[in-house]
Design a protein around this ligand. Structure first.
Ligand code: 1CP
Length: 345
């Protein structure tokens, strides 16, 4: 059975590019909001396998993407290590921030596989329901991005707390990254064992890392996760998505050992085709604002991406997650354009 998505990650160029969208499950879909309303909060939804699996499958039923992504969140890792994590309606995640060495040493990666068992069950249920030609993607956050939430206690604009903590407590921050490398590698391996056929590692806030720390905070921790996962399952491709890192992409790709790279919309199509695609398969990079806007502007922008990148190994995606105000009809139109694209024309 051919799977366009796994073929593209293996470096092949097919009859048309495969596609999926970051945050393809979520609040822009009425069927998601309905299940979300039945759950007792967001984490409860992540830990209720039959519901989480239904949410994983919803976008596939609606627009037949070539890959489904496990419905969960990057913050289940700190939660499973014992940190208090809450998702507050309308304001995003809230964590009891790690401030002292004592807070750090209280984190326990020892029971995460037990605590995250419902997530692995979600993977099993979703895989069992999906047709063979649709791949199931597992995911995690990268250590740096997860650490920003653990130390800031939630979302941040300036990253001042996490950066100054990491700089003034280098040894402790290295221990924190080690804990995240260890727990994330275990978590991703267990997702593979449950049925995930590809993985994406989200380093959403990589652009906040000073160039002088990029090796220690971004490349090295991700490389250690990639090598641990590869030792366990060399056949499972890993996509790295380090948002906003621009000229550091080649170092990130080569230094981490990822199989394919997600591109944000700061990367021009010329750079993507000439500088990145010769190194590895690329995924991206329609800005979600075009999808939100829809119409002729969206159609032109989608065609530009397809023309620039579909001649080589390529997975069509957005540059970041779907905005929650996006009309589902725009997403359906986008899916139709990609499905009708002929890469050989
Ligand atoms: O109440 C709700 O429904 C909450 C909204 C929501 C959703 C739908 C959150 C809270 N997480 C998710 C699901 C989710 N998160 C997925 C599921 C699969 C899919 O893509 O369809 C994935 C892959 C994530 C990953 C995630 N969570 C990232 C990395 C990707 C990205 O978007 O940059 C990050 C940074 C988070 C943290 C997070 N989770 C939720 C919120 C509101 C946030 C904060 C985002 C921020 O700080 O801006």
């Amino acid at each position: 059975m051919t799977n366009l998505f796994l073929d593209a990650l293996a470096g092949k160029t097919g009859s048309r590019p495969p596609f999926w969208f970051m945050r393809q499950a979520g609040r822009y879909l009425p069927e998601y909001r309905e299940i979300r309303a039945q759950a007792n909060g967001f984490l409860d939804l992540c830990y209720t396998p039959d519901r989480a699996a239904r949410v994983t499958l919803q976008p596939i039923e609606r627009f037949q993407a070539d890959a489904a992504i496990l419905f969960s969140d990057i913050l289940v890792i700190p939660h499973a290590m014992g940190q208090t994590v809450d998702f507050v309606e309308g304001t995003g995640p809230k964590l009891d921030p790690i401030q002292t060495t004592q807070d750090l040493l209280a984190l326990d990666p020892g029971k995460i596989l037990e605590k995250l068992a419902p997530v692995f069950e979600t993977v099993r249920l979703a895989r069992a329901e999906l047709p063979d030609e649709v791949a199931l993607i597992g995911f995690s956050g990268a250590p740096w991005t997860v650490a920003t939430y653990m130390i800031e206690g939630g979302s941040t604009r300036d990253f001042n707390t996490v950066k100054s903590w990491a700089i003034s407590n280098r040894q402790e921050f290295a221990i924190m990254l080690d804990l995240l490398v260890e727990s994330t590698a275990m978590y991703l391996k267990a997702q593979i064992d449950a049925g995930a056929q590809a993985l994406q590692i989200f380093d959403t806030w990589a652009s906040a890392v000073p160039a002088s720390d990029f090796g220690d905070w971004v490349i090295n921790p991700t490389a250690r996760i990639v090598s641990a996962v590869k030792e366990h399952a060399p056949e499972v491709p890993i996509i790295g998505f380090a948002r906003g890192i621009g000229s550091r992409l080649p170092d990130y790709i080569r230094g981490t050992g990822i199989d394919a790279v997600g591109l944000d919309s700061s990367i021009s199509l010329v750079e993507a085709a000439n500088d990145i695609q010769p190194i590895c398969p690329v995924q991206g990079n329609l800005d979600p604002a075009y999808l939100l806007s829809g119409g002729a502007e969206m159609e032109r922008a989608v065609t530009d991406v397809l023309e620039a990148l579909s001649g080589g190994p390529f997975v069509f995606n957005l540059a970041h997650g779907i905005n929650k105000e996006t009309p589902p009809a725009h997403v359906e139109r986008l899916a139709e354009i990609v499905k009708n694209w002929d890469s050989s024309a």
